[in-house]
Design a protein around this ligand. Structure first.
Ligand code: ARG
Ligand code: ZN
Length: 873
């Protein structure tokens, strides 16, 4: 059934404190829980107490020590009702027995490679004990755990270790106390035989914090980068936001079976090990950056998420959007701001715009859901971060900081809402954010159209602006949003153009604030026709089209001093050529030659840095072109056009590309910093372009780089380029990689992902063979996502095969895995969200496969919810 935001009501009882006692044995775990409960002031006598459960079975129940008679309560797997609890403070004691070994959905208490661990967000705690499992119930937790010393020498939970010792019979115990009241989703416990690295951090006010990262024995040497990232995150949050850590211990545990990236449990973050382990031989530059980012993200949650949490799950973006914004700022400060912004926007367009333009579109703050796990989406996270970024853009850095300070001052220790968040920014800056709030409520990517006009006689220059958001499921009409459009006008000589006056929409310095459906901005005293640089830094998450010509764009690509728009301009030229060719108008040789020349100049520039060049020397990806086409998409045609265009642009530059590639050879040892990363990124981009444009000898060059690479970044880049182009060397290189690295699960994932992305007819058979291997672990989310997540999301030509084979293959997989891990199944199924925009034959094939999957019945709530929404659109 559906849950609505409008139905939110506080619970009639509150839980003040929680005492948990875990008896962990090899065969099962017994959980005894004492909840200190109070009725609210206005709770009527006889109001039942209802606690959540999920697959629980109660073995005993008592109030204030007295066992309850059978007629006093009703215990079901998914709820526990006490009919007439006392109308005063009381202690409810329950006991349940869990089977962590069989917990393949990986929510609640489960075992990963022998280690007992938990995942509670959003509704996993109810799989551990009966509880009011909702984020507005804040309680202090006291946790006692007893376990066999040999299987679990390490016993961890939230907060501070207050006692530990021997428990007889080969058992030992530990007691942990968390002084900060917290919602149940932040509870965590780990018991296992783990190694660790340790360090310390002293906060600005002098608190010494013990840091530790726990992992499988033997992996300790792969945890140092994560530790380094943690210390930098702690220092950054003090410096940038004045936020210090608040406990004496901060622990991180890496586990191998985990449903997503990581989890911010108070004082005990639990991580997917792929976001902890780093070594140059096995991790790429992307992995290093990802680890740094996610370590920071989870750490930053301590204030934005834990100290101030969400009132209900509709407010998820209150903590996620804000924390993604904070981790983006961290990476921007630690590395290159422009490069980070470009990468984030590429990711936003690829994941969030795709979601927003399809059947699964929903507001950053949804107002209804059937399964909250399906709302940990790019919209909640990444669009959520864009909304916070626009707030910072509109208020300015100082104004934004004032709002953040007031947020912590006023709401520390609370479970709150988006309204409360916006209020502090409004209040601190004396401004009204009512219209701005629409960004949180309205789904869909706004289209921004800009047309410019220069009137030489009057020396005026006009920008005509229009915004429009198309209907999305459940939202037929849309209101105008507040769109901050950073801009600059560039004069004929490439320097900023002056104007003497401006009228029309609100313009502040170099930002237009568009808050109506349409507006005109007129600049007076403009001596020549300028070229406008619009939406600098991608100041709003919109799809912009302009009347700029290819010449204008190439001019921007040379002269814009906003690096984002410099990059965007080149991409826009490539996009225009790809779109018109896909629609049947071949590109003109002159147009391609001009782009080719601009690419050559970009490569040759001695002012642009390597990372920026690497991002610029390409054309938009296939999914990007498909998105811009919007309907009747034939992914094979898109693939062919893109490949041809890439060749037409870069084949003539083969000699320059090769020279630059050779010039970038390096014998320096691997270092993860941004500059070395950029160097490798550019060199690998050049290799990719040589292979993609069929340059003579390129396939051998890639094979040679693969063989001689001295780090995983270079080796995987060579493998990926060869496999994607399916060069004659590709099968040999893939086989070699499997032999070399197949024993390391995280590197095996890279092989699975490269294999699954090959746009070639044999791919489904190859994946089937891998899945049929009895040693392939169908319970491990990383393996499943690397293979089938990549196939469904990143192999458009094969997934959408006209004969429906790709769709059927994914649907069969989803039906099978749904019985093991519904979250993984539902996530892979979202790959189908592109179906409504495909050409009729593929569209019909997809629809019939989805309909068959639905009529098969017996699907999890996760998968059924996605399927229903997917077919309703
Ligand atoms: N709160 C975690 C994070 O963003 C992720 C939890 C994801 N949960 C889920 N059901 N997908 O850091
Ligand atoms: Zn998060």
């Amino acid at each position: 059934h559906t849950i609505y935001l409008k139905d939110y009501a506080p619970s009639p009882y509150r839980i003040v404190s929680v005492d948990l006692d875990f008896r962990i044995l090899a065969e099962n775990t017994t959980v005894t829980t004492q909840l200190t409960i109070e009725p609210r002031d206005d709770t009527a006598p006889g109001t039942p107490l209802v606690l959540d459960g999920d697959e629980l079975s109660l073995t005993s129940i008592a109030i204030d020590g007295a066992p309850l008679v059978l007629s006093a309560y009703l215990a079901e797997p998914n709820s526990l009702t006490v009919f007439e609890p006392p109308l005063r403070r009381f202690v409810l004691e329950t006991e349940v027995v869990l089977q962590p070994e069989n917990n393949t959905p990986l929510m609640g208490l489960y075992r990963s490679s022998g280690t007992w661990c938990t995942q509670c967000e959003p509704e996993g705690f109810r799989r551990i004990t009966y509880y009011m499992d909702r984020p507005d119930i804040l309680a202090t937790f006291n946790v006692r755990m007893t376990a066999p010393r040999d299987l679990a020498p390490v016993l961890l939970a939230n907060g501070n270790l207050v006692d530990r010792g021997d428990a007889g019979d080969g058992m030992h115990f530990a007691v942990w106390q968390d002084p900060f009241p917290k919602p149940s989703y932040l509870f965590a416990l780990v018991a296992g035989d783990l190694g660790a690295i340790t360090d310390t951090f002293t906060t600005a006010s002098g608190r010494k914090v013990d840091l530790a990262i726990y992992c499988t024995h033997g992996k300790e040497d792969q945890c140092y980068w994560a530790m380094d990232s943690l210390k930098r995150s702690m220092a950054w949050d003090e410096k940038r936001f004045g936020l210090e850590y608040d406990l004496d211990i901060f622990n991180i545990v890496a586990v191998s079976d985990f449903n997503f990236g990581a989890m911010e449990n108070k004082g005990l973050n639990i991580f997917n090990d792929k976001l902890v382990f780093a070594h140059p031989d096995t991790a790429t530059d992307g992995d290093y950056e990802g680890i740094e980012r996610v370590i920071a993200h989870e750490y930053f949650h301590n204030w934005t998420g834990n100290r101030i949490t969400c009132r209900d799950w509709f407010q998820l973006c209150l903590k996620e959007g804000l924390t993604v914004y904070r981790d983006q700022e961290f990476t921007s400060d630690e590395r290159s701001r422009a490069v980070k912004r470009i990468g984030d926007v590429v990711g936003l367009r690829g994941a969030q715009f795709a979601e927003d333009g399809g059947p699964l579109a929903h507001p950053a703050r949804p107002d209804e859901y059937r399964e909250i796990n399906n709302f940990y989406t790019a919209t909640v996270y990444e669009k959520g971060a864009e909304i916070v970024r626009m707030l910072a853009t509109l208020l300015g850095e100082a104004g934004f900081r004032k709002g953040m300070d007031l947020y912590f001052e006023r709401h520390d220790g609370e479970a709150t809402t988006i309204e409360a968040f916006l209020n502090v920014f409004g209040e601190a800056n004396g401004t009204n954010l009512d219209q701005f709030k629409t960004w949180y409520l309205q789904a869909g990517t706004p289209r921004l159209t800009v047309e410019d006009n220069y009137d030489a006689a009057n020396q005026t220059y006009t920008l005509k602006l229009k915004q429009e958001t198309l209907p999305t499921p459940g939202q037929p009409t849309k209101a105008a949003l507040v769109v901050p459009i950073k801009f600059g006008l560039i004069g004929p000589n490439g320097s900023p153009m002056e104007w003497s006056g401006v009228s029309g929409a609100e313009v502040r310095d170099e930002m237009i604030v568009l808050n109506t459906d349409a507006a005109e901005v007129t600049f007076t005293g403009v001596a020549n026709r300028p070229v406008p640089s619009l939406l600098r830094e991608f100041s709003a998450p919109v799809n912009m089209t302009t009347n700029l010509t290819q010449d204008d764009q190439l001019f921007l690509a040379r002269h814009d001093n906003d690096p984002f728009n410099r990059w965007q301009a080149l991409q826009d030229v490539g996009m225009a050529l790809a779109l018109s060719a896909t629609k049947g108008t071949p590109w003109s040789d002159n147009a391609v030659a001009a782009l080719s020349e601009a690419m050559a100049d970009t490569l040759a520039s001695d002012t642009l840095d390597d990372a920026f060049k690497a991002l610029s020397l390409t054309i938009p990806a296939e999914y990007q072109i498909a998105q811009n086409l919007g309907s009747d998409v034939d992914p094979v045609r898109v693939h062919e056009v893109r490949s041809e265009l890439l060749k037409a642009i870069f084949a003539p530059l083969a000699i320059q590309l090769l020279q630059a590639y050779r010039g970038l050879a390096s014998d320096q040892p691997y270092a993860p910093d941004a500059k070395s990363n950029g160097h490798r990124a550019l060199r690998n981009r050049l290799l990719g372009l040589l292979v993609a444009s069929d340059a003579p000898g390129a396939a051998n060059l890639a094979a040679e780089q693969y063989e001689t690479a001295r780090n995983m970044t270079d080796r995987l880049a060579a493998l990926g380029a060869s496999a994607y182009a399916w060069t004659e060397k590709a099968p040999v290189l893939l086989a070699d990689f499997k032999i070399r690295f197949g024993g390391d699960p995280l590197v095996l994932d890279k092989w699975l992902a490269v294999t699954a992305a090959v746009p070639e007819d044999g791919v489904i058979e190859r994946i089937r063979t891998i899945l049929a291997d009895p040693t392939f672990p169908k319970t491990n989310p990383n393996r499943l996502r690397s293979l089938m997540g990549v196939f469904a999301m990143s192999n458009p030509t094969q997934f959408t095969r006209a004969d429906g084979a790709g769709f059927r293959f994914v649907a069969e997989f989803v039906a099978e895995i749904d019985k093991i891990n519904p979250q993984v199944a539902a996530r892979v199924l979202t790959g189908f969200r592109i179906w409504p925009m495909l050409e009729p034959k593929r569209r019909e094939a997809a629809k019939s496969v989805l309909t068959t999957l639905q009529s098969g019945g017996s699907l999890s709530r996760n998968t059924a919810d996605i399927l229903t929404r997917m077919l309703a659109g």
